[in-house]
Write a protein that binds this ligand. Sequence first.
Ligand SMILES: Cc1cc2nc3c(=O)[nH]c(=O)nc-3n(C[C@H](O)[C@H](O)[C@H](O)COP(=O)(O)OP(=O)(O)OC[C@H]3O[C@@H](n4cnc5c(N)ncnc54)[C@H](O)[C@@H]3O)c2cc1C
Length: 441
Amino acid sequence: MPAPLLLALLALAVLAPALLGWALVGPARPWRDEVAGALALVGFAALLLEFVLSGRFRAVSGGAGIDRTMRWHQLAGRILAALLLLHPFFYTLPDGPAFHRPDDLTHATWLGLGSAAIVTGMLAWFLLALLIVMAIRRDDLPYRYETWRGMHGLGALLVGGFGLHHALAAGRYATHPAVAAALWALTGLAWLTLVWVYLVRPLALSRRPWRLAAVTPSARAIWEVVLEPVGHAGLDFHAGQFAWLKLDRGPFARREHPFSIASAPAEAGRLRFLVKEMGDFTRGIGALPPGARAFVDGPHGHVCLEGRTEPGIVFLCGGVGVAPALSMIREAAARRMRRPMLLLYGNRVEAQILVRGELAALAAEGWLEVVHVLGEPPAGWRGETGQLDAALITRRCATAAAAGWLFVLCGPKPMLKAAQTALRGLGVPGARILAERFTYD
Ligand SMILES: Cc1cc2nc3c(=O)[nH]c(=O)nc-3n(C[C@H](O)[C@H](O)[C@H](O)COP(=O)(O)OP(=O)(O)OC[C@H]3O[C@@H](n4cnc5c(N)ncnc54)[C@H](O)[C@@H]3O)c2cc1C
């Protein structure tokens, strides 16, 4: 789905319960009480839609890019938390039946918080505050990523459940059946997402198993992982895309990690990945037994060359970030598509350079130029030295920028930032820049 359409649909769904309540339920209360109710409904609808946004649905994230939808998920999480945490402080009306007028079924002159609604409201409030702190400070917590993700999902589910009870039992707008139906519909969508992610998708994966054909060292602390399809034709993907891998475990395992596909689609069947040792999972990758079962959830990602008509392509890659570029370069080589390409490839030391021989052989054909940049070069090094920073990128890319080439970026965050600054300085419009981030933060 294209990003503007997705944003418009999300905005409509977020505003729907509050707009319905505003249109259907009267009379108006003091403005602060109206704001308090609207904050709660908008925040709660956004919270329920967060499940869909983070569910890795290709129909949802395909157009905008999964990294972008995950960034929206994080930003929306902060905003909705602020709305929901603020909402109780806006009320001016008194609570309780003492102020209840018999004709006032819609809580126009009182709040009507029953004791159960007070409890669920407070539970949702405190849990949400904890959830958001744990999301923002994730890297400082002593949990594995998977443990954190499980707690994050469960926490959101509980906040959704308590919040729904609170909204239906105490919410003024939710006294109208149309508003209650909208809240139930969004809750149902959130629950369906969970059923899809934890049941339907793993079941689909189980029908398309893979086998770990080989794991071999490729450069310092980087492994090449090769997967073979078992009983099916493999994955239909575009060069530059990535997949979530479950290695040496079943399709229902929660442990899975995203990796860019480094092989070309033209290499039908097998998939190759380049995996850098980072944490507990990737450090053990070299010990995985050949023949182990594997499952591939993909393809995902919007960094690919399909439909791109620019006269040439520049790849700006740091470390293992060269993987998606390699897939595109290998595809161009296999299909003999000789569009000019320039690869600026940064590493700290020479031992980290991946597939150096293969790149040199392709460069010898004349359509690909490879520029190695080393932070700590050995004696006698003849390539570029230092970081793949704004100055180097500006110097090396000015001609390509002026000639209207496409720029494909993949690497650590500081490198991506430097590249984007340099390209903006060279007048390259955002539409001519594709960037893949290896983290969602
Ligand atoms: C789109 C994309 C493509 C990637 N492609 C490659 C690649 O080609 N080669 C490569 O070496 N690395 C790639 N990565 C990074 C790789 O996924 C992480 O290095 C790996 O998951 C770390 O796992 P760990 O348990 O060893 O380390 P940990 O120390 O547990 O994790 C380090 C960081 O990796 C991220 N991470 C860990 N597990 C997951 C997960 N299940 N889902 C999302 N993020 C997670 C988190 O940001 C975490 O803070 C890619 C990441 C993304 C998002």
